[in-house]
Design a protein around this ligand. Structure first.
Ligand SMILES: [Zn+2]
Length: 106
């Protein structure tokens, strides 16, 4: 089994952090303009459920990076294709298991 190198992990952590910043920035834009008052709690309050779920996924992915579990499928334990992680850095299943998962939900 070939696992991601330190360099690749850093790269994906960057991707995740950029994604997180984008979500937080987007959320900030939805806050009604108030001149000198924009603290973090308000930003968090302004997050919709979708953003909130995305941030939770990003947090989980960053945690997997620090535990060296990132890029491993949570179902079968195989390595997730790098191209898939590149397109979808919060992926926690390989394409095969993801497909099965989605079929089961229908
Ligand atoms: Zn799998």
């Amino acid at each position: 089994m070939s696992y991601l190198t330190e360099e690749q992990l850093t790269h994906f952590r960057d991707l995740l952090e950029r994604q997180e910043a984008t979500i937080r920035f987007r959320a900030r834009l939805t806050i009604p303009a108030e001149p000198d008052d924009c603290d973090v709690t308000e930003v968090d309050d302004a997050l919709g459920n979708k953003e909130f779920a995305e941030l939770a996924d990003i947090e989980a992915a960053k945690l997997r990076i620090s535990q060296r579990q990132y890029g491993l499928c949570s179902e079968c334990g195989c390595t997730i294709a790098e191209a898939r992680l590149e397109a979808y850095p919060i992926a926690k299943r390989c394409t095969h298991c993801q497909r099965l998962h989605e079929q089961h939900r229908q």
